[in-house]
Design a protein around this ligand. Structure first.
Ligand code: GCB
Length: 616
């Protein structure tokens, strides 16, 4: 019962309509674990363009206590300043004498003893603050993997589930003038009912993996806004601006000085001001011309200046149209793994290195697998002209029959889309990767896709499907395809099945008249290991897979793009072949130390010479 109530509490926190359910559990929760109860049943605040707001950075060294037995959750660690007899009194712990971890950063790569650690770590740091009148203040957390709880000056301010999206804890009532302190518990334990679930082919990096800051806003403030080019009226930017506690009739302003365009619109009953801004001489965003405009969004005392590109994306039959013209997606998959040092990627330099390699490859498209990547990556993609597939971490078999697990995926979609909805680079929201073909799964992902469409009707919905085979024929007829605009599929001919040459005789039967992307293919190679085309793990073998795959893919008439697996080798606990893998998935075109393998150049040639895919 307790576990059910705890899970229910999580759902309730994100779905106010289910508040009544919480009452039934109140007694159980009160009698048991204090720390899992929701702080409030308010809808959490999601901030669009949070990285464009002035912020007080809380990055840097945080004091940490590793807590494998979850001792701190009794209230123990929450308030080192508690007086004797109060909860948290510091008798047997002392943050000030404890070792530090850097934020942002995963703990696995910062301390050898935490390399394989899965469990809670407590973080603490002080900050000085001066409260201002009519100002609300939020603790903005870029990402904390996987569950996290926060206290400011001993007062619980929020908890969160999901390791790859940002969230905001209101701390207005908890902060005071002068010295303050924040304590966070971050727990990367994997859960059967998590999204993702127990098994993934990537490292479960724990900690405050992205930046933490304080963001101040006026009483009435802009939380989300969506500004995009209309598909039907090519010189109109449309969308909306939402104002928290915005009074109906209050004015919102959107201005693009460079275009001499400005509009004032009234906030409606729902807090939203609909925007329709006529523009002339708009330069559309595209991989060739990644033009970004400074866009001012103002509401009362609040304002943000965002950098936004404007383009349209849609499908027509089996085509993907960017700005009304057919496009072929020359792509590559990327994990948020830091080049050279490994661990979670979280700097501008990481993003520029990874996306710089993608550009060098001749790519115009990246599949950011298998979870939402950070704003830094998306800003870099906007700037560098790379189209993006952004993915929800519904990976392999999550508990599709569990409504709470659907709620978790939807919550992560709310955060992913809510924070990233103005990136011109993102054209595809991916719902899932390689899920088993059964009815319960299909219903789950259909619901997820409907949720995504409701949040953002301007982009295309996709998922990476599995393929079935009959002899030499590969068939794509997963019923989930009906719910998608663009069908992604993964296949490993030449690696998990057959030989590289098997691709030469493979035929494809596609059950949908929709655009198709091969969202993964590839094989492993250890950089610097050489041999014949048939010697596994050599660069030659991997290059041979690419050569045969490219030939085969050109025979699929409705193929509109590819994103082979993967740009760079990445850490995975599933990959332990000594001397070859040593804890890394070696399907990268580039090693974790930046060495390009032969297959990189095979794909580069095909992309540069445009010998794969239909000419645009
Ligand atoms: C897949 C998964 C990806 C794995 C890859 C592999 O199908 O989608 O996450 O890492 O295969 O290397 O096997």
């Amino acid at each position: 019962m307790k576990n059910m109530c705890i899970s229910l509490a999580r759902v309730v926190e994100y779905a106010p309509r289910k508040i009544a359910l919480l009452a039934a559990c109140a007694a159980t929760l009160a009698a048991g674990v204090v720390w899992t109860a929701p702080v409030s049943a308010q809808t959490p605040i999601i901030l669009t363009g949070a990285d464009r707001r002035p912020a007080i950075s809380l990055d840097g060294d945080w004091k940490t206590i590793v807590d494998p037995y979850s001792n701190g959750f009794s209230g123990y660690f929450r308030n080192q300043k508690a007086k004797p007899g109060e909860v948290g009194t510091a008798v047997e712990y002392d943050f000030s004498k404890s070792p530090t971890l850097k934020v942002p950063g995963d703990w696995n790569m910062q301390r050898e003893s935490l390399f394989y650690y899965e469990g809670p770590v407590w973080y603490e740091r002080g900050f000085t603050y001066q409260p201002k009148e009519h100002t609300r203040v939020f603790l903005h957390v870029g990402a904390a993997n996987y569950r996290s709880w926060f206290w400011v000056n001993g007062q619980k301010v929020c908890e969160h589930e999901g390791g790859f999206t940002s969230f905001n804890c209101e701390v207005t009532a908890a902060v005071h003038a002068g010295d303050n302190f924040v304590i966070a518990a971050v727990d990367n334990t994997r859960h059967a009912d998590g999204v993702p679930t127990l098994k993934t082919d990537w490292w479960n990096y724990g900690g405050l993996t992205r930046s933490v800051s304080l963001i101040e806003v006026p009483d009435a403030f802009i939380d989300q806004y969506d500004l995009h080019l209309s598909r039907t009226e090519t010189s109109v930017i449309e969308g909306w601006v939402h104002v928290v506690v915005g009074q109906p009739g209050a004015k919102v302003e959107v201005e693009i000085t460079e275009l001499g365009a400005k509009i004032t619109a009234p906030v409606g009953e729902d807090g939203r001001a609909p925007i329709r801004l006529a523009v002339t001489k708009l330069e559309r965003w595209s991989p060739e011309t990644p033009k970004l405009y400074k866009v001012q969004v103002r509401a009362g005392l609040d304002s943000i200046e965002d950098l936004i590109g404007f383009r349209t994306v849609e499908t027509r039959g089996t085509q993907i149209l960017l700005n009304g013209k057919p496009i072929f997606l020359r792509g590559i998959c990327i994990h948020a793994e830091a080049p050279y040092r490994s661990g979670r990627a979280n700097t501008d330099k990481d993003a520029e290195t990874l996306l710089g390699w993608a550009k060098e490859l001749g790519a115009n498209f990246v599949r950011l697998a298998h979870y939402p990547h950070d704003e830094t990556m998306l800003r870099a993609a906007d700037r560098m002209g790379l189209l993006v597939w952004s993915e929800n971490p519904v990976y392999w078999a999550v508990q599709f029959d569990n409504p709470q697990v659907l709620a978790k995926a939807e919550q992560q979609l709310d955060e992913e889309i809510g924070t990233s909805r103005n990136h011109a680079s993102i054209i595809l929201w991916s719902m899932a990767n390689e899920t088993p073909n059964n009815e319960v799964r299909t219903r789950y992902i259909e619901a997820e896709a409907a949720h995504a469409r409701e949040l953002d009707p301007t982009r295309l919905i996709t998922a990476a499907l599995l393929v079935r085979g009959e002899g030499q024929t590969k068939i794509i007829d997963d019923p989930l395809g009906k719910a998608l605009d663009v069908i992604g599929f993964n296949e490993y001919i030449g690696w998990y099945e057959g030989h590289p040459e098997s691709a030469d005789v493979t035929e494809w039967r596609i059950g949908y008249e929709k655009p198709l992307i091969v969202s993964e293919f590839g094989g492993g190679a250890k950089a610097g290991l050489h041999g014949g085309d048939n010697d596994r793990w050599t660069e030659e073998y991997q290059a041979s897979i690419y050569r045969h795959q490219l030939g085969m893919l050109n025979r699929i008439p409705q193929l509109r793009g590819l994103s082979p697996w993967i740009l760079m080798d990445f850490r995975s606990p599933l990959r332990n072949l000594p001397g070859i893998q040593d804890g890394f998935n070696r399907k990268g075109l580039i090693s974790d130390q930046g060495l390009k393998k032969q297959a990189f150049f095979v794909l580069q040639k095909a992309y540069m010479e445009k010998t794969v895919g239909k000419p645009e």
